[in-house]
Design a protein around this ligand. Sequence first.
Ligand SMILES: *Cc1c(COP(=O)(O)O)cnc(C)c1O
Length: 226
Amino acid sequence: MSVKERLSNLQEQINDVCNRCDRDISSVQIVAVTKYVSIETTAKALDAGLIHIGENRTEGASRKWEELGDRGVWHFIGSLQTRKVKQIIGKYEYLHSLDRLSLAKEVDKRLEDGQVMKCFVQVNVSGEESKSGLSPEEVIPFIKDLEPYKHIKVVGLMTMAPFYDDPELTRPIFRKLRNIRDEVQSLELDHAPCKELSMGMSNDFTVAIEEGATFIRIGSALVGKE
Ligand SMILES: *Cc1c(COP(=O)(O)O)cnc(C)c1O
């Protein structure tokens, strides 16, 4: 199946879920995760009309960005070492994996006046050891601590659910993230509007949308694996 066909299947599924839970389809953005695929396939995703491109490695993505950078909006979705921050500056508009102050500090330091990095604070809701992110209790104090970093804007929260054969089992995780998001939002912090929820991947995005996802990160179901 071509990327175009997969996209139209995906859009149909998103449409169905949105109808079912009475959400506006335009409130769900697709981030096409191209970490498994070539420059050519990434170009096909852009040709198909996808705008948001997600990558998780600075190395793999740099050539892609050189060739295709100006055609999309780039999202860094993987864990980011502090010493690699300079490689994403000026290229990526969104960082989905903000999980420590040292990272915020480095991003902040490298941005110039008037520039901001739109960040998702990554939360390890499930508590799985293999997953990065803050524990739910740490989120609010962490976000409050980000206030001095003028180039950091907390646009939302991100999580990865464990892989389950039955995606329904991810629901409590997504719901919990939404509840934390609501709590952050109610603080009305200037640096943390925190409206967005980056959650849901190929196997569990329908549940994530039902629970309020505004950015779903889709790799294998959309661009495949090469
Ligand atoms: C790889 C990856 C995805 C996409 O995974 P699929 O299951 O292929 O859709 C989404 N989010 C993150 C953080 C990833 O690393």
